[in-house]
Design a protein around this ligand. Structure first.
Ligand code: SF4
Length: 379
């Protein structure tokens, strides 16, 4: 495995189970069957041990650990504590490391979250998605609006001082008024961080394959984006990445590692890591992931060495997702000798989609909205 270059890295841990699959979801997850969690945890501990035994492991400090999924909050609190203890036993976890767990409202209680906190978890990301009790079951979610609020309150009561909420717009049956009500209600909860994703019909999802009716028109989705952007600004949240808002000091440190194209390790089925110039992915199928580790091997399935041109393209695209943008010199290097792209970028500036100051260039909020089209040109 490639040796990390940075002294500090992040670590993404994938939990590949959900109580039920959501129609829009293309993540690597499956319904939790009897005994599957125990087999997965056994394999995960083996993976942590194998990574911890690599020669470079003692030199690397973990700045963040992020449990994503799937539904990581299906883990019992003592299982979560055992995983974190395993990581701490083999790696130098920074004293102020950000340790995040993604949670679904129906799978948390105050007691479980107190247990997570005792294990060292200091950030929770709550998957609310909608506060409409007619829409939530259509999505395949198992909670209702009341349950979402109760989970948020349970997290606060458990002492969580860094609490993020995920919501989605562009959902089937969601009109602008319904979205405005949900935005205002969630902002009234005073989350420290808010992630808002527009629905996409990914190929690997149920809806991507079978289609879904009632998706709002494109202009309604654009209006929903702006409704949130304006409401969040009024409440003092900074729009620091295309889909993310934070109170000052509460940006997701782990996700910023991704957006800065910095290094992170991976554990769990299908988890992706990036070290040096190498992107790698673990075996996706959970049974094969467990078998590979039972045989004593790291479950790395594929890896790709990025060329310097690919790396620059990635850094531009990831960095331009953020309000901080990228050094102007990076964009200049990409434009060197590409007059067609230079003209495109000049057009973005003229349309106020791209702005620059202090030797950095960044997308404006209007540019965020069109970023997918812009990024195709930059690769
Ligand atoms: S959206 Fe979350 S809860 Fe739903 S299937 Fe995907 S990972 Fe599981």
């Amino acid at each position: 495995m490639t040796v990390p270059e940075a002294a500090e890295v992040g670590w993404y841990v994938h939990v590949p189970f959900c109580a039920k699959r959501c129609g829009y979801c293309s993540f690597n997850t499956a319904p939790l069957e009897d005994g599957a969690m125990a087999r997965y945890l056994d394999a995960l501990h083996r993976e942590i041990d194998l990574l911890g035994a690599l020669a470079w492991a003692p030199r690397v400090r973990l700045a963040t650990v992020f449990f994503g999924g799937g539904t990581p909050s299906l883990l019992a609190d003592d299982d979560m504590a055992a995983v974190l203890d395993g990581i701490r036993a083999r790696f130098d976890v920074a004293p102020d490391a950000e340790i995040t767990v993604e949670c679904n409202p129906e799978s948390v209680t105050r007691e479980k979250l107190e247990g997570y906190r005792g294990a060292g978890v200091n950030r929770l990301s709550l998957g609310v998605q909608s506060l409409d009790d007619a829409i939530l079951p259509r999505l395949g979610r198992l909670h209702d609006a009341r349950g979402a609020r109760a989970a948020f309150d349970a997290a606060r009561e458990a002492g969580c001082a860094n609490l993020s909420v995920d919501v989605m717009y562009g959902l089937p049956g969601l009109d602008l008024d319904g979205w405005a009500r949900a935005v205002d209600a969630v902002l009234d909860w005073r989350p420290d961080h808010l992630s808002a994703y527009g629905l996409t019909l990914d190929a690997g999802s149920l809806w991507g394959a079978a289609g879904v009716e009632g998706i709002p028109a494109e202009q309604v989705q654009i209006d929903q984006y702006w409704r949130l952007a304006r409401a969040a600004a009024t409440r003092g949240l900074e729009h620091y990445e295309i889909s993310n808002y934070a109170r000052p000091g509460f940006r997701s440190r782990h996700n910023q590692i991704y957006w800065r194209a910095a290094e992170y390790l991976a554990a769990g089925p299908g988890a992706c890591g990036f070290v040096g110039s190498t992107r790698y992915a673990n075996v996706k199928a959970t049974p094969r992931y467990c078998e590979t580790l039972a045989a004593g091997a790291l479950p790395i399935d594929s890896s790709e060495q990025l060329s310097s041109r690919q790396k620059l393209g990635e850094r531009l695209i990831l960095g331009l997702r953020t309000a901080d943008g990228v050094p102007a010199s990076w964009l200049e290097t990409r434009l060197d000798g590409d007059e067609r792209l230079r003209r495109r970028v000049d057009t973005w500036r003229a349309q106020a989609l791209l702005a620059g100051a202090d030797d950095r260039v960044r997308l404006t909020e209007a540019g965020f909205l069109l970023s997918d089209a812009l990024f195709v040109d930059l690769l």
